[in-house]
Write a protein that binds this ligand. Structure first.
Ligand code: HEC
Length: 301
């Protein structure tokens, strides 16, 4: 019976992966409390990673489980498997990571909690069919420009997602295209929709740290901004943040740029400061994507 139930939940989860509101996908609230008891000793309550654990194990870097840029690179099945068998993506075995204390439903609850805390690529690019995700180290011209804005050397690594259009059947999940020469060759530059980055920023006035997705069109214009809704009860607060951030949409950011405060936005100068940092890091990382693409396709010209 237990096995049948597990299979049922797996099947449902695959079929409905694209719908955040689908029932029977695991309960995020239950997942949150399981995460606290089973996972937070290493990953911390919010999934960012417990500083003490990180300091004691520098050789075993923890992924940031709160970051959309990480979560979109793992399927539900992979997240489930890493708690079941201890096997991470790429057949990497994590010692002590198979949790006998968790039943199948417990694990789906945790997967659902992680998903409920993640933004989605299709929220920014509705016609996306596939995307790449790659962490770029910003090179010295870019890091010089960023350092002039007061951005530290430890922040110079940014994951850039690039969305591509294509045909996709209803319910078919969006595909992560692995960053390998063969797979990249199959993507068409003309299918490119834009780029996406995710950053934690500190909101002016409240001081709250919020998880934000920044979408850019191919001309480097900020096209959309969304804030992760962590707590359903605080929806109106998140919407207020989103409204403030959306006042910057349409501004062009090709390299590190100090944005001006949009007219009529309260705390506009402070918002301009935090948004400038985030979009400058994003723009410099997107420049690295473009450089990598030019180097890769140089022989085709
Ligand atoms: C004893 C410390 C520890 C505990 C407890 C722990 N983890 Fe991890 N976890 C790690 C380490 C270390 C890694 C990174 C391993 C690597 O990438 O080589 C990791 C990686 C992961 C990954 C990324 C796998 C991938 O594909 O790269 C996920 C997801 C994850 N853990 C989820 C969980 C969940 C959910 C729990 C609780 C059920 C949990 N972890 C409990 C130490 C822990």
């Amino acid at each position: 019976m237990r096995q049948t139930l597990a299979f049922f939940v797996v099947a449902l989860s695959i079929g409905t992966a694209a719908h955040a509101d689908a029932p029977l996908r695991g309960d995020p609230e239950a997942g949150r409390s399981l995460f606290r008891t089973e996972c937070s000793a290493c990953h911390s309550f919010d999934g960012k990673g417990f500083p003490g654990w990180k300091a004691a194990h520098p050789d075993r870097p923890l992924p940031d489980l709160s970051n959309t840029a990480f979560l979109v690179t793992r399927s539900d099945e992979e997240l489930h498997a890493v708690m079941t068998t201890g096997m991470a993506q790429g057949e990497r075995w994590i010692p002590g990571h198979a949790f006998a204390s968790l039943g199948p439903l417990d694990r789906w609850n945790i997967v659902q909690w992680l998903r409920s805390r993640s933004l989605r690529v299709e929220d920014f690019f509705p016609s996306v069919a596939k995307f790449t995700a790659k962490e770029f180290q910003i090179d010295s011209p870019g890091s010089d420009r960023l350092e002039a804005m007061g951005i530290g050397p430890d922040e110079m690594r940014v994951v850039v997602l690039t969305a591509y259009r294509g045909s996709r059947k209803p319910n078919e999940p969006i595909r992560l295209v692995p960053w390998t020469p063969v797979e990249l060759d199959l993507l068409k530059a003309s299918d490119r929709l834009g780029h996406l980055t995710f950053m934690d920023i500190q909101a002016p006035r409240t001081g709250e740290v919020i998880h934000v997705g920044f979408a850019f069109d191919l001309d480097g214009k900020l096209a959309a901004v969304r804030v992760r809704h962590d707590d359903p009860a605080r929806r109106s607060q998140y919407q207020a943040y989103e409204k403030a951030l959306s006042a910057f949409v349409g501004q062009q950011v090709r390299t590190a740029t100090q944005l001006s405060a949009p007219r009529g936005l309260s705390d506009g100068v402070q918002w301009a400061q935090v948004v400038s940092r985030a979009v400058s890091l994003s723009a410099e990382a997107i420049l690295m994507f473009e450089k990598a693409e030019r180097a890769r396709t140089a022989f085709d010209l």
